[in-house]
Design a protein around this ligand. Structure first.
Ligand code: PLP
Length: 439
């Protein structure tokens, strides 16, 4: 464990933070953020050396774990060669990063547009779809998060859209979510068929010739890790084809190993027209995201200007970290590890917790991407009140686990490199905290 300066206490960092740092999505006065001073693998620690098993992967992005030596070295090496370069120039590290990414994509994708993160990846994918189709509207799910820029936040379905609704041309619909079905469904088959029927009706009612894109998270993440029922994504693909609509799959959270696959859509037998990514592509060591563009859409811009760009598009430090991340993930079998730990340890372990703790209404997920939906009453499925989540979070941290919580849920989202032993340790801590808080 490396502590940058042992004379600096947690309280000093918290005080400096509270004085000068303005935080996301929050009223500022009552914030009390955890100071984090360092990390390694699946562990982070504060300035006084208290360690936490990182079951959040920070913002579900540190797929390769903290301080992977090959990725850190690649960033350091690139900094010594060329620390920045304008997007209009060609650069071998950037080209290598793009090649690594398209090599992972399905056939028929050969180009990447790099952005600074996930929101602007969706922003630019939507722009491409609008220019490609000559249409305006974008359909996305109420239960979704697509990022915090002008268009991406309005494509988002959750509460964060409502105070920011200044972009036009966005329509929302309900996706499949059997546990709280909008369609009175009782089986995954019913939920799938009815959710597809609902989407068809929305398309017809909006006017198919006005719809540029359907934008979906392959697995809605922040909204609750809702793995779509078999056939849903394929059904959406069919609707998009029938009506000439571009299908954008947002793989910002679900991509690069999180579900135990390079892309979550691989499990659903579909190929989108545009794929957006960020987070796991380099585990966020340097900010980067992008759009993987199908050849058909890329062709639209062969002789026509794409009216979009960013000073740091394909930044060399980020590009170097992408190359090193993908190489290390391949060499070390990190995606396969996520799949195996999900199948062998986390999935069975979380389901066993649900048997034991009636507060767990449902366990959902795949790979290292899971949610525990907590309920006050397993029959009515009434969500637990916010203080219960607050108490659980506190208890988990006291026991040395850093959780990711959202609404009435705990998301179990450790780095893809987690070992069986660490996954079991996390499950034991969850068990103890649930026993202590929920009885
Ligand atoms: N899309 C999804 C599915 C996300 O989960 C996120 C962030 O959590 C974003 C887009 C936005 O990414 P960023 O915060 O890098 O802009």
């Amino acid at each position: 464990m490396t502590i940058p300066d042992p004379s600096v206490r947690n309280a000093d960092i918290a005080e400096a933070d509270r004085t000068h740092v303005f935080h996301s999505w929050s009223a500022q006065r009552s914030l009390n953020p955890l100071p984090i001073a360092g990390g390694s693998g699946v562990t982070v620690w504060d300035a006084e050396g208290t360690e936490y098993l990182d079951f959040s992967s920070q913002l579900v992005n540190v797929n390769i774990g903290h301080q992977h030596p090959a990725v850190v070295a690649a960033i350091q090496e690139q900094a010594g060669i060329l620390a920045t370069v304008a997007p209009a120039h060609a650069n071998s590290t950037r080209a290598e990063a793009a090649k690594r990414i398209v090599d992972l994509a399905p056939e028929g994708f050969s180009k990447v547009f790099f952005t600074n993160g996930g929101a602007d990846a969706n922003e630019n994918a939507i722009r491409m779809a609008r220019l490609h189709t000559g249409r305006d509207k974008v359909l996305s799910q109420y239960r979704s998060y697509h990022g915090n820029t002008g268009v991406a936040i309005v494509a988002t379905g959750d509460w964060r859209r409502i105070p920011n609704e200044y972009a036009r041309g966005h329509v929302h619909f309900f996706g499949p979510y059997l546990y709280r079905s909008e369609f009175w469904a009782t089986t995954p088959e019913e939920e799938c068929a009815r959710a597809l029927h609902h989407l068809r009706r929305v398309i017809e009612a909006e006017g198919p010739s006005s719809i540029a894109a359907i934008l979906l998270e392959s697995v809605p993440g922040t909204a609750g890790v809702m793995v779509p029922p078999p056939g849903y994504l394929a059904g959406v693909r069919k609707l998009a084809d029938e009506f000439g609509i571009v299908l954008i799959l947002d793989e910002v959270m679900s991509g690069f190993g999180r579900t135990g696959r390079w892309f979550a859509f691989e499990a659903h037998g579909v190929v989108p027209d545009l794929i957006t990514f960020a987070k796991g592509v380099n585990s966020g060591y340097v900010p980067i995201g992008g759009v993987i563009i199908s050849d058909e859409i890329a062709k639209t811009f062969d002789d026509r200007v794409f009216p979009g760009g960013l000073t740091y598009s394909g930044h060399p430090l980020a590009a170097a970290s992408v190359v090193a991340t993908i190489d290390a993930m391949r060499e070390e079998g990190i995606v396969e590890n996520a799949r195996r730990v999900g199948d062998d340890v986390l999935g069975p372990g979380l389901r066993a917790l649900a048997e034991k703790h009636p507060i767990i209404g449902e366990v959902r997920g795949d790979g290292v991407f899971w949610a525990l939906e907590l309920v006050a009453d397993p029959v009515t499925r009434e969500p637990v009140a916010p203080p219960v989540i607050g108490a659980l979070k506190k208890d988990l941290m006291t026991r040395g686990l850093l959780p990711f919580t959202a609404d009435n849920r705990i998301h179990v989202v450790p780095p893809c490199i987690i070992t069986d032993d660490d996954a079991r340790r996390g499950l034991e801590i969850l068990d103890a905290a649930l026993t202590s808080v929920a009885g």
